[in-house]
Design a protein around this ligand. Sequence first.
Ligand code: URA
Length: 209
Amino acid sequence: MDDVVLIDHPLVQHKLTLLRRKDTSTNDFRRLLNEISTLMAYEVLHDIPMHPITIETPLETMTANVIDGKKVVFASILRAGTGIVDGMLTVVPGARVGHIGLYRDPKTLIAVEYYFKMPGDLAERDVVVVDPMLATGHSAVAAVERIKEYSPRSIKFVCLLTCPQGIEALHSAHPDVPIFTAAVDRELDENGYIVPGIGDAGDRIFGTT
Ligand code: URA
């Protein structure tokens, strides 16, 4: 699959298996999602720009590279995206965070926007859009479309799980946006849930079932 990065590191896959189980508690689900997101950040940000600075080691002066965390924006699709942002901030604490509120109309499954707040100067920043589930792709397509209005330097999409329909939807609307995921599951069911999946990501993160 073009531009789909499957993060199949054993640490990620092990934690994903524990998280999928229906008897995993809210507390454990949240912790596992946080840990997986931290590990995924390593791969997602592998090409993040760096710049040299001059430092003093105990022995001499040298030039060494640092990243500018402030150039990275984690754009969270509410509400479940929060679960991924928290983990990613562990490794890039200086990143900016944007929010886009979209809910799925239960009948049409179409994304309806109710909130949009991004940092200024998006044109100078690299945006990582996050949502645990890339299912129908409606929310992801709408979120990326809105963010593109501000012409950021780059856009990536990160999810925990997706399925062939989600990938197809996002890539046909935005072929320039790479997808990073920990799994590509079998399919969508008739209610738009990924199967075998994890159920409703928001409910499992926030304990609202
Ligand atoms: N959103 C979820 O929370 N779960 C799915 O399986 C699909 C969309």
